[in-house]
Design a protein around this ligand. Structure first.
Ligand SMILES: Cc1ncc(C[n+]2csc(CCOP(=O)(O)OP(=O)(O)O)c2C)c(N)n1
Ligand SMILES: [Mg+2]
Length: 656
């Protein structure tokens, strides 16, 4: 039977065909600009979706005169969610992708991606397939059977990871599921992973749909205005401050509030420290830009944080890295003013909440603060602290012979690699990272010159995000090159999407930093008294029986080449410079370029004068652990609950 219009005003389609036709007709709009909400659909087919969503995508691809939902075949379901998230982040959450996966492992592979999306508050639509709704031949292949709950499937695992979840067990449920999903995807407060589980039989079932379901719909992404009383209260608190500090989070970027922030800082002289998601809120070189704050912060931002009497969080969810596990803010009467579109975040640290879009709130606050500015001594302090930090960055990017002469032949420092990429990439190029030692180093060192040029996923810090995410970033904006900085550990988790980049001729530049294991967790382990145990990639020693033998003969350059990438291996700083230039000059549709470079994991980035709370064993047979525990107890003593009475009084007497 072909799809046709039956009774007046209805059209007969399968559930899957209806899903595809509906998604192809959704739009988002903000500030008068309208764009497709879905750039397309990533997927991997199995028996759970090949004849349902798969058939519908094929029919859509071949149809003339219909809106299209382009299909892209990925290699790993977790990875395709990462690609979609990276795309959506690069598009300021105004556009995303759908992801279709088969029953069972195909679907549960997306769970890590779902958690990453929800934690980072990035929209992505997940369409896991479910086992038969009729249960006619249960248990089917890949079906979970729970003796105590017959209606539970593996897809219920998406519930805690999704901001909206529905299962379409009957076709009649589809319209409300789709409309609910769109509402959440386009709501800046609610957004995250949105999951609609589609049982394999229901996908293929036909139904007469009202034609209105497929009319183009435009979802306006809100810019909620602040309440006037909240702005007045916040302005009163800020006016009382002598050492205020802004902490800028991802909300600054998603709102496009960078210019409003700049105006606010220029009018008031208030300096800015940035979370990972907020880095680049002010461009490098701006007098109020103090760079990263917190556990991986600059000494400049951290010194100002320690003394701040009022901290103005803008679009931040106050993760432990941003607060240095609640040790960053040490003034006894410190007050928080939190500008956030989500009341949930705005209330953190007993903050005075301004619940609003960041751009709108900053504009209102700038007006309300007319005539207020920090004093000259505070401005001079900002400049001096920044100059001192910038000298450390120069030294990390261009280490002295004292450091480089100690390196084994062919090895570079990580600082040299980051410096070379930072200095030879274009200001608009995007640097990308997620886990390992590089996110912290990038947070401290990277000089951001454009609002969309820094993309470090540090909500979930998921090893393996980098290669798939690079594709999403490049698909979102082909006018920029993307440099994915990936460690050997992260690369080994998810190199597979290089194949997808080859297939789609997507130019991404992957800088593969080989240091034979976990530089990050190795250093952390050492600092916590665990002696780098189990953190380097080595043979099990024949005599010792431990993982302390020779470095493994793993050739990741050959691996990347075998997946179809153009690979450049470098063994010196000059060769690295040449490789970056060659990668930049590579054709725009030439697929992935991988630069393979070896670094010494024992050379560290400059210290942050900060801390991160990772518990150390309270009792131990090892001296190293006992020493680390004693230090841990000292640090714990500096941790603050940051619980103050909520209200308009800027310095309650009761605070100590
Ligand atoms: C999926 C996942 N598993 C484990 C971790 C914990 N972890 C954080 S960094 C890291 C090691 C990363 O190694 P590599 O990519 O080589 O970077 P390096 O530390 O050497 O810079 C591990 C295991 C994680 N973040 N993500
Ligand atoms: Mg490594």
């Amino acid at each position: 039977m072909t799809s046709d219009t039956r009774a007046a005003g209805t059209v007969r389609l399968t559930v899957a065909q209806a899903v595809v036709r509906f998604l192809a007709n959704q739009w988002s709009e903000r500030d008068g600009e309208r764009q497709k909400l879905f750039a397309g659909c990533f997927g991997i087919f199995g028996h759970g979706n090949v004849a349902g969503i798969g058939q519908a995508l094929l029919q859509n691809e071949l149809a003339d005169g219909q809106e299209h939902l382009p299909y892209v075949l990925a290699r790993n379901e977790q990875a395709m969610v990462h690609t979609s998230v990276a795309y959506a982040r690069q598009k300021d959450r105004l556009q995303t992708w759908a992801c279709t996966a088969s029953v069972g492992p195909g679907s549960t592979n997306m769970l890590t991606g779902a958690a990453l999306a929800t934690i980072n508050r990035i929209p992505v639509l997940l369409l896991p397939s479910g086992t038969f709704a009729t249960r006619v031949s249960s248990p089917v292949l890949q079906e979970l059977e729970l003796p105590y709950a017959a209606d539970v499937t593996v897809n219920d695992a998406f519930r805690p990871l999704s901001r909206f979840f529905d299962r379409v067990s009957r076709p009649e449920q589809l319209p409300s599921a789709l409309l609910g999903a769109m509402r959440v995807l386009t709501d800046p407060v609610e957004t995250g992973a949105v999951t609609i589980s589609l049982p394999q039989d229901v996908q293929a079932e036909a139904h007469d749909w009202p034609v209105e379901l497929f009319a183009p719909r435009t979802w306006r992404v809100a810019r909620p205005l602040p309440e006037a009383v909240d702005v007045a209260d916040a302005a009163a608190v800020i006016r009382s401050a002598r050492r205020p500090l802004v902490v800028a989070g991802g909300g600054v970027h998603y709102s496009g509030a960078e210019e409003a922030l700049r105006a606010f800082c220029e009018a008031t002289g208030i300096p800015v420290g940035e979370s990972q998601a907020g880095k680049g809120s002010l461009p490098h070189g701006h007098p109020q830009e103090m760079g990263a704050v917190g556990s991986t912060g600059t000494t400049a931002a951290n010194a100002l944080a320690a003394e701040a009497d009022v901290v103005i969080g803008i679009g931040t969810r106050w993760s432990d890295f941003t607060t240095a596990s609640r040790t960053a803010f040490q003034d006894s009467g410190v007050r928080f003013v939190n500008v956030n579109v989500a009341r949930f975040d705005a209330g953190k640290h007993s903050g005075l909440s301004v619940v609003a879009d960041a751009r709108e709130a900053l504009t209102a606050l700038t007006a309300a603060l007319q005539g207020y500015a920090v004093d000259d001594a505070y401005r001079a302090r900002q400049a001096a602290l920044w100059a001192a930090w910038d000298t450390s960055v120069e030294a990390a990017f261009h280490p002295s012979p004292e450091v480089t002469d100690r390196l084994a032949a062919g090895l570079l420092t990580q600082g040299q690699v980051l410096g070379a990429v930072n200095e030879l990439s274009d200001p608009r190029d995007v640097v990308l990272c997620a886990a390992g030692s590089m996110p912290g180093d990038l947070h401290k060192l990277w000089r951001v010159r454009d609002r969309k040029a820094y993309h470090v996923e540090y909500g979930y810090s998921c090893m393996g995000y980098e290669v798939p995410a690079s594709i999403g970033i490049r698909l979102a904006d082909e006018s920029r090159d993307v440099f994915a900085m990936v460690g050997d550990g992260g690369y080994l988790m998810m190199p597979t999407e290089l194949v997808t980049a080859v297939q789609e001729r997507v130019k991404v530049i992957v800088v593969l930093v080989q240091n034979h294991g976990f530089h990050s967790i190795g250093s952390l382990s050492e600092s916590l008294g665990s002696q780098r145990f189990g953190t380097s990639y080595r043979f099990r020693g024949e005599d010792s029986g431990r993982l302390d033998g020779d470095v493994l003969p793993v050739d990741l350059a050959a691996n990347a080449r075998s997946l179809g990438a153009h690979v450049i291996e470098v063994h010196s700083l000059d060769e690295l410079h040449q490789a970056i230039k060659e990668a930049k000059a590579a054709p725009a549709d030439g697929g992935p370029v991988v630069i393979h470079v070896e670094t010494d994991p024992l050379v560290h980035a400059p210290e942050s004068a900060s801390w991160w709370d990772v518990p150390v064993s309270e009792v131990s047979d090892l001296d190293t652990t006992r020493t680390a525990y004693a230090e841990y107890v000292d640090h714990k003593a500096t941790q603050r609950p940051l619980i103050a009475p909520v209200g308009t009084n800027p310095h309650p007497e009761s605070l100590t």
